[in-house]
Write a protein of this length. Sequence first.
Length: 613
Amino acid sequence: MAPSSQEAFAEWDNDRYSVGIERFDEQHQRLFGLLNDLHTAMDEGHSDEKVGDILRELERYTDYHFGDEEEFMQDCGYAMDCSDCFFNHREMHDEFAERVTDLREKHENGQYITMEVLTFVRDWLDSHIAASDVDQNYGEYYEEEVEDYEYNPGGLRPNRGGDRTDTADTDDQHEQEFDLTVESEVHAGGDRSIPEGPLADWFKSLAEIHGERTAVRVPEGGRYTERSFDTLYERAREVAGGLLSDAFRPGDRVAIVAESGYDWSVVEIACQIAGLVSVPIYPSLDSEQTRAAMSSADVDGIVCETETPGEIQNAAGTVVHIADLPTADPRALPGFEADDDDVATIVFDASSPDEQSAIALTHENLLAAVGSIRAALPLDPGATGAFPLPFAHVFPRVTAYYLWSTGGSVTHVDPGGLTDGLAALQPDVVVGTPRIYQQLYGTLQDRIGDLGWMKRKLAGRVASYGRGIVSGRGTPFKYSAANRLVFKPLREETGLANVTYALSGAGHLDEHLVHFLRGFGVPVSELHGPVEASGVGTLNPADAYEPGTAGRPLPGTEFALSADGDVLVRGPTVMAGYLDDDATARAIRDGWLLTGDTGAFDEDGRLHLDREE
């Protein structure tokens, strides 16, 4: 499979690779294409960002393709009485997926990916498809036995000979499956207050308390235009009236498929005031994924961009365009009559968008998350928050609410122009994910590389300085010179000079990245928590950061370990449930949410996770 100078790095040969099933041939060709894109980007010295984008897409598409192929192969394999060949094939998939993830992680950690490693991945793909007749056997079965096939994620048998989960299990089996024993002591995060009433009441109270103070900054023509709390609330109230007059009834589920920004927030608040259940969906999902999410949440309509693909709008039923939101003087606002435990929003986990596990969060869930963050991270009124994340993710959404609860403002910053946006905004709070901070790391490294040799030398030990800060050992005398001459000017240039909190969620920060940012003068803190617990649970704060841990429980939350070492969380941030009752019964037992992680607590009450979230 070695290419000549005129051939692609990974050349598709239909006679050699075709499995006789069009959908899988197309998916295999897509993997070949991504591998060729990666080879070209590396060979021609494209930017790290370009290489990273291809690696992330290769990882995502590998997961999708293997999921599709495995479920089909499973059904065919059991039908042909050769389930072992399916599981052997699945183990090969796991090996390849791990190698792709390893490539992506090495790149994000600044390690060079050699062509030898890329060649190994190519040759593995060759052997996977061509060196065995397994796929071809499935192709023959497909041609002879299968009339229609549709990929429905979530039906894989967990092990050899095991059956799929059967919702019709006997009562004894059901009780045994859902037994839970809390093995460890309960680690509590302390007290915090939760505003009473529904979100509509809370949004109204923010307008009454903060009035003309800035709530949102909207990028317009290279600068930011301010919108006050009064203006935001009144606009949302009018839109709530319009949605109820023209499109929806109280209790309807409304998908929001749009880029984050002022109008997105208006629609979200309007839904709460109108008594509608918002269903934010990531605008980055493709049409098939978006329709799957809408179907999973059983939405009654959609608020979307005008240019949203027609197949999405057609699937939604009722369509409202965010650029032309209806308004009316509302005769009644049912959102103010909602109970604390009513469902306010249905959200999805960004880490598994293909699975589309619809998660129902209540008014109390969201307000409890706000109270937990506010109790742990005090902030003066008037602070400015930068959000380069989609508000469809619950983590930036509850941290935006946290900013508002303190009288602070929220600004969505384009992640494609991150440092330019931060420089224009000069925020007090930055809310991101490990990927965002990795992107920021790359930009800061480039800026340091553009300096003269003397300043580059001063800045060369930035991670070492950060290690001393995090460990409490302090920094050497030369750090003050590096900070004065290099780090402080670059913080001002990149919009990081005023940052009080740099918050990272939805994943684990690499230790080297933390040390670099701390040495640079960015006080990064980590929040950990599953979407099912409103995106928050533990905090590893900058002023008491402990590498390798998820930190301690936030105020108002309780953590414990099961007899099997499962990490459990309990408290008012925990979801009402999935829309699937059986999935809820498996996830929430005796009030405890099984987070999906395993770990342990140290003697200081910090949580150590065995794997990243």
